[in-house]
Design a protein around this ligand. Sequence first.
Ligand code: ADP
Ligand code: ZN
Ligand code: ZN
Length: 733
Amino acid sequence: MARQALKPAGGESQMSIVRIALDVPIHTLFDYMVDEAVVPGQRVVVPLGRRQMIGVVMESVVSSDVPHGRIRKVLCVLNDSEPLSVGLLELLKFCSDYYHYPIGPTVISALPTRLRSDKPLVVRRDIHYRLIRDAADSLPRRKSVARRIVEMLAAHPCSLAQIKALSATAGAQLKWLEQEGWVEQCEMSGELPTPAVQFVNAHRLTMEQQQAVDAVTQSSNYGCFLLHGITGSGKTEVYVHLMNCMLQRGGQILLLVPEINLTPQLEGYFHSRFPDVPLVSLHSGLSENQRLDHWQQAQTGYAHIVLGTRLSVFAELPKLSLIIVDEEHDSSFKQQDGLRYSARDVAVFRASQRGIPIVLGSATPSLESYHNAQIGRYKLLKLSGRAKADARLPAVSCVNINQSVMTEGVSEKLMREIALRISRSEQSLLFINRRGYAPVLMCTECGWLSDCKNCAGRMVLHLADRKLRCHHCGLQLNMPTSCPSCGHAGLHPVGSGTQRVESLLQARFPDARILRVDKDSTRNKRSWQKMREKIHANEVDILVGTQMLAKGHDFPELTLVGVLGADSALYSADFRASEKLFAQLMQVAGRAGRADKAGSVLIQTAFPDHPLFRCLERHDFDEWATLLLDERRMAGFPPFVFQAMLRAEGKSESDVYTYLGKARAAAIELKCKVEVFGVVPASLARRANHVRAQLLIQAGSRKILQQFLRDWRIDEIPAPRLHCSLDIDPLEF
Ligand code: ADP
Ligand code: ZN
Ligand code: ZN
């Protein structure tokens, strides 16, 4: 997109004044002089104090509040990368306003790390390759990637980026082809050719799927669609058809997913459906160079499908024509530090700004989105059955733990069911709801518990390396052999974590192949991939895991899911805990019996009559959501009110409470139509020796809340030695 350079504004000096976003935590832009032509979105290097920094030009102005002689000069205008588009700058301004986060850090943090450096990128000449030999058949069969490269080059020369987009090993294969005399480098300039879209159409859509596709593709401008369908109802198939339609029109598609772990799997899947369409992923698991490369492929319009986690909502996409947010209810779309944005909400804004459709997909929509669909702000698209005719829903039932024989938290009934699966060579999954359910160490004599000395939480027992670890501050101690308080030798783990369940099962089923999947066992990038392969090859009998296992994986041999520790969410202080639990259980239940084998789900609970379990047994999300929404309406909770949370954290309790007290007084003084709650300790009241407290503000509409936040001016309240943050639409309490 060509943009006019900003004209030098002053007669006298041929200099113009530009306003620049810098990574400085102040709600302002910084004025500088520049004697070259610059456009908004261009990166520049400027002096600040005695440092030099990277900045992004936001606008040019004719005058400045800074006295003329004191405006400093831009040191260098960087031309190593295309400037950010006006649309992206607008989006970032919106985020800075809405989340009340300084504009500079908002803009800078949206850039790939390599573009945040004040050293210019080494500009690579865009090398192209062409085919100099023919006949792909004479390549060895096993060289499948090389064959694909040759097939691609047979049509026309391609850039290195295009070739690399084919596969992770394409770079190495290309080198091999060059050495063997198959291809050579050549010069090319101008636009990259738009690839032909070849679509592998695997299924005839069901009527509901077709209706969903039609509804979205028929809208020629902004529209937000909530695609509500249980796991296996064919949402992904709807996405694929929508993508095909937009690709045929030459558009780019942004698909947001909650987890990095899901991207490689989906990447492979979309490749198989659109073999010729360049696709890149954007997530924090990439190296800095890869991220820059992928970001630029999106920016040039070359990559037509961008698959990414929340940060990719800020990717530059000149031909963006559809956004899809998969698992839209997932709380990982919310960033929990810095700019505390919700990628889902920003995506909705981005779609409306651009005038394109957005699809939010989920088996268990967030109550916010569900409510928006009910009041007609979003359009509801429903898939009511499983897509495959022979796929049945799993049978969900509860085991009352007060009326069952239990061994270390696992009921006999569940043990028998697992044994049955082992005898049939089918897989079982034990899902442990980890919130408040990790094992801590306790003294049976004096009741001592493994409290963390820095935090208000307990240290968790890791049996494998015999350590106690605090999951909040990272403190690590060797596991004591006797009670630190009374000296008694009888220390016992209480509560149940994945490791403990794993050893219990190993003792009970010595021949079973057990696989534990949690943060500890999948720390290594490749290990999760390897584990999935093992599960698919049916080299695993029992899976033990946390949240990670619930999301978007298809294990055909899995026919039993056992759920432990569900109840902790029922009496959690967080009003969203039961909403999250239902979503999670619905998702794990969706893992059972996906193929043509019937699945069953056993939930261990002391409250088998709780509506949450009753609705789950009937697979009735709508009833559950209606119930929760009624509760929220009566209690005055979101989505019927809008919230902002001011948090403060510091070494001194009085600093923290004085600051929040002042902020509260200032809020009350404004006499706005907002509800100002009391200052209360955070749910983890102390972390790493820092006292934590919070203040909640609530309003009947976003508009009132935003007006209040602008008037509040909390930046002017002194906050010495404190770490403070304002969280709009907070998810955590
Ligand atoms: P979801 O994303 O809702 O969990 P998927 O799109 O992955 O569901 O579909 C679940 C399964 O059903 C997949 O194996 C998919 O190939 C299959 N499927 C989807 N749509 C159809 C259809 N119209 N006809 C037959 N099978 C389908
Ligand atoms: Zn003791
Ligand atoms: Zn701690």
